[in-house]
Design a protein around this ligand. Structure first.
Ligand code: GLN
Length: 561
């Protein structure tokens, strides 16, 4: 196994994840098989209990892992399916060591950070790197490891030490370290400053790691003398100093790296030049350019709770982008804080209320994404009602599906107090209820998580047509509540159709409203499996419908063209 380690210096938020995934893409384009590991030095066992406000979206894997959103970038860029073990955290490492200690596996020894924690890290990396993630048999050729945080952080020290030992034990030819750093520009003359990078490389060296390449983030391309300085003071060959300057969209990053021959430097370090092919990035080039040249925008209203930080819905945004590009459209997302749509806001903040409604009315389609807790729920219900009554295409994801059930029960069945047990324990009409297998006391990993099968109840529903499968689809889940099976009969009689159910037939997965141009609610999260070039079926349906092109698309598809 060959390892490419990506570390970061100077500041956080440098786009290390995108750099690491792009390096993976370039290596893949050279014909190599690539897997990846993300290390998050925080103490949380996984991202499951972390707030999207603070940390961005919780990404969900096929195996039910709730992981850092960078794993989403890897899956999308490399088109792979990762496992929960591909995300290592301090919490997971300590838990495994403490479990062994309690079992007496350390035979009376004093259990210490070095060597026990560092050994656990090394063992974890070496075994996870071998898991095939691209649907083929046998391990990948290269494992890209991204170390979260910034070099010098106290909490990443055990990882740095473990990686130092790993670099030594796997040998020179099998280890390539790329340090991502920032080159700021200061002063009126606009000089590109190398000192912060020099310092962070020095810090890395003091910890026993030597960077083979530098990936320098900057607003403008690096000047030759900046590169020369970096090479001289950081002791890195000039050819190995890569520059990731700002680009119009992130799909340019692999192209930027290829243009600077990053693959050559990495392959040389890993002694792979003889088996690798020249990089073929034709599809990436086409996509990046198409994206740049889109002019016709489609207006999408995203009605959610965490609209302040767009990373909170990163995969939804990416899935919209993939679908829009397939339709030669540019996504124009209007973020609407659901609570701004509520009647109370009309009193307390009339301007915000008016602006929210203006955006909603202006939108060509409406999306209510997943979420937890009751904030903004009334606003989401109003958005679903608006979309349903005005024939505006609507996609409700997870919470968004539960919202449409509550809305339908209230408006159409006349059950004014209909609600989810999540928001009102005492509702007389619980149309969404707690799932029996969940836990009320433990938050982490206690939801219905990961890939589950949905069986289509009829082959002629829009959802199955969009998925091009009359029978079933496998999508990822993350929820604690579900539609109450006892109310399905009345809701269906009143017109709402549950066209997708789980294998027991008791759990509702997909609802549709016949007669509406596109009104779909799904208990699963289709956004997690969307890929550039392979848009998620339901997102495509939403966008096509926003432009009145859904029917023509489906007819064309049925005719096999
Ligand atoms: N809060 C809802 C539940 O737990 C929806 C979850 C979600 O949207 N991911 O079922």
């Amino acid at each position: 196994m060959k390892y490419v380690l990506i570390t970061g210096g100077v500041v956080s938020g440098l786009g290390k994840g995108v750099t690491a995934s792009s390096i993976g893409v370039v290596l893949q384009a050279c014909g190599l098989r690539v897997t990846s590991i993300k290390i998050d030095p925080y103490l949380n066992t996984d991202a499951g209990t972390m707030s999207p406000f603070e940390h961005g979206e919780v990404f969900v894997l096929d195996d039910g892992g709730e992981v850092d959103l960078d794993l989403g970038n890897y899956e999308r860029f490399l088109d792979v399916t990762l496992t929960k073990d591909n995300n290592i955290t301090t919490g997971k490492i300590y838990q495994s060591v403490l479990d062994k200690e309690r079992k007496g596996d350390y035979l009376g020894k004093t259990v210490q950070v070095v060597p026990h924690i560092t050994d656990a890290i090394k063992d974890w990396i070496e075994s996870v790197a071998l898991i095939p993630v691209d649907g083929r048999e046998g391990p990948a050729d290269v494992c890209v490891i991204e170390l979260g945080g910034t070099v010098g952080d106290i909490e990443s020290m055990p990882f740095i030490e473990a990686l130092r030992q790993l670099s030594f034990s796997v040998g020179q030819d099998n280890f390539c370290l790329i340090h991502v750093s920032l080159i700021p520009v200061l002063g009126v003359v606009g000089e590109q400053k190398t000192k912060p990078t020099q310092h962070s490389v020095r810090e890395l060296r003091a910890l026993g790691l030597t960077p083979h390449l530098l990936a320098c983030r900057s607003a403008q391309p690096l000047l030759d003398n900046t590169k020369a300085k970096l090479s001289q003071f950081c002791h890195v060959e000039a050819a190995n100093i890569l520059n990731i300057h700002d680009v119009p969209n992130i799909w340019h990053v692999p192209l930027l790296l290829r243009n600077q021959n990053a693959h050559h430097s990495i392959l040389k370090q890993l002694n792979l030049l003889s088996i690798a092919a020249p990089p073929d990035l034709e599809a990436w080039t086409r996509r990046a350019e198409t994206y740049d040249n889109l002019t016709d925008s489609v207006r999408i209203a995203m009605v959610g709770k965490y609209v302040g930080l767009t990373d909170s819905y990163l995969s939804v945004v990416k899935a919209l982008l993939h679908a829009c590009i397939a339709c030669s459209l540019k996504p124009s997302i209007d973020w609407i804080a659901a609570s701004d749509l509520e009647d109370d806001t009309a009193q307390s903040a009339p301007e915000a209320h008016a602006a929210a409604w203006k955006s909603l009315r202006n939108a060509e389609c409406v999306l209510v994404p997943g979420g937890f807790g009751d904030r903004g729920v009334c606003g989401m219900i109003l958005a679903a009602k608006y979309a349903r009554e005005n024939n505006v295409p609507y996609l409700g994801i997870c919470l968004g599906m539960q919202i449409s059930v509550i809305e339908y029960a209230r408006s159409v069945l006349g059950l004014e107090k209909a609600n989810s047990h999540e928001f009102d324990e005492d509702t007389p009409n619980p149309v969404v209820i707690f799932m029996p297998e969940g836990s009320r006391t433990h938050m982490g990993s206690t939801m219905r998580l990961g890939s589950r099968r949905t069986l289509f109840q009829t082959p002629d529903c829009v959802t199955s047509e969009l998925y091009c499968n009359p029978h079933y689809v496998d999508e990822r889940h993350r929820h604690r509540y579900e539609v109450n099976p006892d109310v399905i009969g009345v809701l269906e009689e009143a017109g709402l159709k549950f066209v997708g159910k789980d294998e027991t037939g008791k759990r509702m997965e997909v609802l549709e409203l016949p007669g509406h141009p596109f009104y779909v609610g799904v208990q699963f999260h289709p956004e997690f499996k969307s890929r550039p070039g392979k848009p998620s079926a339901l997102f495509l349906g939403l966008i096509l419908s926003a432009r009145g092109k859904l029917e023509a698309y489906l007819t064309r598809h049925q005719n096999g063209s």
